[in-house]
Design a protein around this ligand. Structure first.
Ligand code: UDP
Length: 484
């Protein structure tokens, strides 16, 4: 009888913590729950302490092989200094292709399956060269995926800029997407990032399937719409595997003594956590309003504070851990803010152990930029949100979380367009933390916490979905063998 061979998976992560974290978690899950041997290829890292810590914690215990690829040579491409985050990511990934090919060839044993993330679709052809199945891991939600897969069609159908349209965009079976909610690369059709975005959307169908960082019960209708033959037949290939929520576990370093002692002293669910992802920042004027709003609300808070920005928000993505130091940061806040709020709030410069904070019983709300990792981490911990989208696909996520999933409230106007005033912030904070109006949202997020926990246990839908992907992989490998 043939013995069951251990499958070897090669995973490629694009740069940025928001991409790296879910890829590392997928790698760990493939090893611990499904018996894969996993090698993760990453672009040069450890630019910040946060990145170094995340890589190190993913390596303990040593479940994964992590291979750092050499930096791509960007001197050969005419990359404008004003190139957006999406353009830079796309170009970096493209220029990494020769190094990735060589790194795969140098492996002791050839991988059996290739998994790339959103910006890695140009590497799917390497799977074909090796004659192995290849998948795309979209570490986001079903609505984002539906819009993404539909983008090459919208590109043909819509005339003029998306943001100038008066009607929402119809995506079969899904909630229509309002023009103001489109993802950043769709904001300017003449920009290189738009062409990169449509290109990668059209490459996804060349894979053997899509892995998505949600669980079935979270987006029942949107997943049904995505899987509908009429939709998939037009824009994608292969199954959609819902494998989430894959999120970073609480860190080995924990909260640290001071933070833990402070949180332990606060009443249950009384603290609002305020943080804008790995690099999100806001204008100086908005920062002042936010500080006043927090103070006026009278609620306890932990605020991960970064220097304000005058530049486009999207550039902050590469600034992890460069958000300024304590005294400098305080100078951007209203006079006397720290002294007046010292009994109710903590300010943490630049970076905080988010998962550990969200999982502490004293935390009862999250003012978040709605990056998908943050949204998942909030739901998994049963913490309701104030949605404050800044860039990338965060406006879409904010609408999903408020209008479809029902775990968030949001300012009347998009914070990326208009300053949100202190009175409105005060009202939102009180609503999510204590007022009666927030009750339904607080109850809904608790329900989802339970359903998320169930999905990832053995026999849960996400466990089964990843198992199914493994079985489908084996069939494909067998078919290739037979054909040779
Ligand atoms: N994060 C953290 N501490 C911080 C800021 C961010 O641990 O101070 C982690 C957060 O828990 C999440 C990730 O960084 O896992 C951010 O990913 P997300 O998709 O939310 O946003 P992005 O940074 O990609 O905009």
């Amino acid at each position: 009888m043939e013995t069951q061979k251990q499958l070897r998976a090669a995973l490629l992560s694009s740069p940025g913590l928001g991409h790296l974290i879910p890829v590392l978690e997928l790698g760990k899950r493939l090893v611990t729950d499904h018996g894969f041997e996993v090698t993760i290829f990453v672009l040069p890292l450890k630019a910040s302490r946060a990145e170094a810590e995340i890589i190190e914690s993913a390596m303990t215990p040593k479940l994964l092989n992590i291979v750092e690829l050499p930096p791509p040579d960007l001197s050969v491409v005419a990359l404008s200094p004003n190139a957006t985050m999406v353009t830079r990511l796309a170009v970096m990934m493209r220029e990494t292709r020769p190094a990735f090919r060589s790194a795969l060839a140098a492996m002791e044993a050839r991988p059996d399956v290739l998994i790339v993330d959103l910006f890695g679709t140009e590497h799917l052809c390497i799977g074909d060269e090796l004659g192995i199945p290849k998948y795309v891991y979209i570490a986001s939600n079903a609505w984002f995926l539906a819009l993404l897969l539909h983008s090459p069609m919208l590109d043909k159908e819509v005339k003029g800029e998306y943001v100038d349209q008066t009607e929402p965009f119809n995506i079969p079976g899904c909630k229509p997407v309002r023009p103001e909610d489109v993802v950043d690369p769709m904001l300017d059709r003449s920009d290189q990032q738009y062409r990169e975005y449509v290109r990668l959307a059209s490459e996804i169908p060349t894979g053997d399937g899509i892995l998505l960082n949600v669980w079935e019960a979270l987006q029942v209708e949107m997943l049904a719409a995505l899987r509908n033959k009429e939709f998939l037949g037009r824009v994608a290939n292969g199954p959609i595997y819902t494998i989430g929520p894959l999120i970073r576990p609480v860190g080995p370093a924990g909260l640290g003594k001071e933070l833990l002692e402070w949180l332990d002293k606060q009443p249950s669910e009384s603290v609002l956590f305020v943080s804008f992802g790995s690099g999100g920042t806001m204008s100086a004027e908005q920062l002042i309003e936010l500080a006043w709003g927090l103070e006026l609300s009278g609620q306890r808070f932990i605020w991960v504070l970064r220097k304000p920005t005058t530049k486009s928000l999207d550039g902050s993505f590469f600034n992890v851990g460069k958000g300024g130091n304590g005294d400098e940061l305080l100078s951007f806040l209203p006079d006397g803010f720290k002294a007046r709020t010292c009994n109710m709030g903590l300010i943490i410069p630049s970076w905080a152990p988010q998962m550990d904070i969200l999982s502490h019983p004293s935390v009862g709300g999250f003012l978040s930029h709605c990056g998908w990792n943050s949204a998942l981490e909030s739901m998994v911990n049963g913490v309701p949100m104030i949605a404050w989208p800044l860039y990338a696909e965060q406006r879409l996520n904010a609408t999903l979380l408020t209008e479809e999933i029902g775990v968030a409230i949001r300012p009347r106007e998009l914070p990326s367009k208009k300053i949100v005033g202190r009175e409105e912030i005060e009202k939102l904070v009180r609503m999510i933390m204590v007022e009666k109006e927030g009750h339904m949202i607080r109850a809904r997020v608790k329900e989802l916490k339970t359903s998320a926990e169930k999905a990832v246990t053995k026999e849960g839908t996400s466990y089964e979905s990843l198992h199914k992907m493994k079985e489908d992989c084996k069939i494909k490998i067998h078919q290739v063998k037979k054909a040779h």
